[in-house]
Ligand binder design. Sequence first.
Ligand SMILES: Cc1cc2nc3c(=O)[nH]c(=O)nc-3n(C[C@H](O)[C@H](O)[C@H](O)COP(=O)(O)OP(=O)(O)OC[C@H]3O[C@@H](n4cnc5c(N)ncnc54)[C@H](O)[C@@H]3O)c2cc1C
Length: 409
Amino acid sequence: MPSVMELEASSEIQDLRTRVSDFLTDFIYPNEPVLLKHNEESARTMKAIQAKAKERNLWALGLPKEIGGGGLDFMPYVFVNEIVGRSEFAIAGLGTHSAQDATMLYLYGNPEQKKRWMMPLVNGDIYPCFSMTEPEVSGADPTGLRTRAVQDGDEWVITGHKWFSSGANHAAYTTVMAVTEPDAPAYERFSMILVPTDTPGFEIVLVVPVMGETEGGHCELRFNDVRVPLTNLLGPRGQAFKIAQRRLGPGRIYHCMRWLGQAQRAFELMVERAMNRQAFGGPLADKQTVQNWIADSAAEIQAARLLTLNAAAKIDLGDEARVEISLIKFFGAKVLHDVIDRAIQVHGAMGVSEDTPLARMYRHARFARIYDGPDEVHRMVVSRRIVSEFKKGRKWNFSGGVRNGAGFR
Ligand SMILES: Cc1cc2nc3c(=O)[nH]c(=O)nc-3n(C[C@H](O)[C@H](O)[C@H](O)COP(=O)(O)OP(=O)(O)OC[C@H]3O[C@@H](n4cnc5c(N)ncnc54)[C@H](O)[C@@H]3O)c2cc1C
């Protein structure tokens, strides 16, 4: 394991982070009011920003060069995500938005799937979506999902009901998790199947409003005997959980680094407001409660950052780092939420208006405690693993944890 001292970006990566940060300053922050509108003007603006990112060699930095990405190694890309996370629009602006889906296709796609979906995804020409969650059964325990895909000749026939397929209303295709092996053990029952959104029987029932917003496109879907060729299977039959894990592990590190970027932006807004707003004869920054909020937020951001870099370093060494990833998933989401909450409080009424990015950041931070596994499930994973070590007569090793097994990457 690298020591804590080594968990910092090299000067080369610092330079890249500065270039990404300058890109946000020049093209993302000034355009946020337009991009927020989610209309034709914002789509045009986003396209122009994406072209600038390509011109500056900042496009899809974490994807392999051979498929049109920037070819950054894992750890440098982890550090870049901390900057990207400062604005939700930097994710699509810099071609990071479809990285997880493009990676799944890169690792498991057949040549036809790569040509049809992966290359346009990497290029930013199409959007993907992912359909796992179902309204009728627990998404936290996805072994109970009911959507079925049955082989009929050289086609899959898919029947089911999904929701929270984010971005389905703009996506060219969705990756559906469906039962294909009903008699197999729970974690080998499901396969991933690619379904173009213009396939007959694919129905968007509703864009579910989420805390007053519909622009996230969290769609309720029905698959009414949707037929796609057998060759639309992604990876081997029955391996959906394995593929999902491969997608989610490093993906959660990127998420957490982006949350840290968001938390730092909220923190900066809080400190600036506390310095400039006068009440009871002096700035808010002189009141002890506000000082506590600043100090607590600084401590929590620093702690979450070290925790995330520690998990990333383990993954970089080939470890699955399941415990470390679960730790940062629930701890990082709480830090994000609490820092934004304090920043809103320091802004008073302005904090809940749309005059600062804070209200929107707060809504999205609330979602972070649910998607990619709710907090409680990640706590369960951590606790179960630690207790199982104690049952074997061992203790938990905080200087490196226990190896979960090599060969993840
Ligand atoms: C903004 C947003 C975007 C999303 N995008 C997508 C997407 O693109 N594609 C997709 O397929 N899904 C998506 N989801 C859905 C997400 O994956 C699920 O919401 C999540 O897996 C939880 O499933 P559920 O909603 O069915 O909650 P449930 O499984 O019903 O759980 C409800 C609550 O029960 C509690 N709970 C569950 N298990 C335990 C336990 N073991 N111990 C203690 N408490 C427990 C937790 O508090 C949990 O929040 C998205 C969700 C959100 C909020």
